[in-house]
Each structure stands twice: as C-alpha cells, then as structure tokens.
Write a protein of this length. Structure first.
Length: 83
C-alpha cells in the first residue's frame, strides 16, 4: 500500500495600508468617528482631531505626520488624503 503526501500552497495575502489618493471619493460612509481616527492612526498620523463627516460622507479633520500639521480626509473605502 502506497502512502502519499500532498502539499497544497495557499496564496499569501499581505496586509496593505489604504491607498493615499489626491481626493477622497464621496459615498455612504459607515465608519464611526472612532474607527476613522483609528484608521488614520494606523496609517501613521498622530494628534488626530476635529473629525467631522461632511455631506459627501468623507471624514475630515486635522492630524500630524512626520512632525507636520496636515488636514486629512478619509473616504468610505478607507482611502486617505492630506493637504
């Protein structure tokens, strides 16, 4: 009786950061303020403050990155913009 082994390869999925886009995309955003802040912090922003969801569903506020104060936006897809 022959006994064989089978090796199955599963695809590797890397965890990626949200894409940084020139401008967030409007759409229905279900993130809470806390979730939006957490996503920004995970993307390297600190001192996230003043987050408000605008009429296009984009969370906007201020934050710091690399020691610089910036305005940030987070859309319903998790895309982050800064200016």
């Amino acid at each position: 009786m022959a006994v064989g082994t089978q090796v199955t390869s599963l695809p590797a999925f890397a965890q990626t950061q949200p894409a940084q886009t020139a401008s967030p995309q409007p759409g229905a955003n279900s993130f809470t303020e806390g979730e939006a802040k957490s996503r920004l912090e995970k993307a390297g922003y600190s001192n996230v403050d003043g987050l408000k969801k605008d009429d296009q569903g984009i969370w906007r506020g201020t934050a710091s990155k690399n020691g610089k104060a910036v305005k940030v936006g987070l859309d319903y897809k998790g895309n982050i913009s800064e200016n």
